[in-house]
Design a protein around this ligand. Structure first.
Ligand SMILES: [Zn+2]
Length: 74
């Protein structure tokens, strides 16, 4: 029972750096910043460290991409 619940809860991958569960926007942002075929994903905090971009700026970018109709952010 518990095992099934865990599996259901792990449909989304975790950050490969810090292990935090990711939200779809973070997965989309990894694809955008690294490449579309990325199989390992980073949370916004780790993306911001890796690319030396403030987390707030990444959040704004997510909104921008969504407004532009980027298919990664639907
Ligand atoms: Zn992380």
């Amino acid at each position: 029972m518990d095992k099934e619940m865990n599996q259901a809860g792990s449909l989304l991958p975790a950050c490969t750096v810090c292990g935090r569960p990711l939200i779809p926007d973070e997965i989309a942002m990894t694809r955008k910043m690294i490449n579309r075929g990325a199989r390992q994903f980073l949370c916004l905090t780790c993306l911001s460290r890796r690319f030396d971009v403030p987390e707030d700026v990444l959040r704004e970018k997510i909104e921008e991409f969504r407004e532009m109709g980027c298919t990664l952010f639907l």
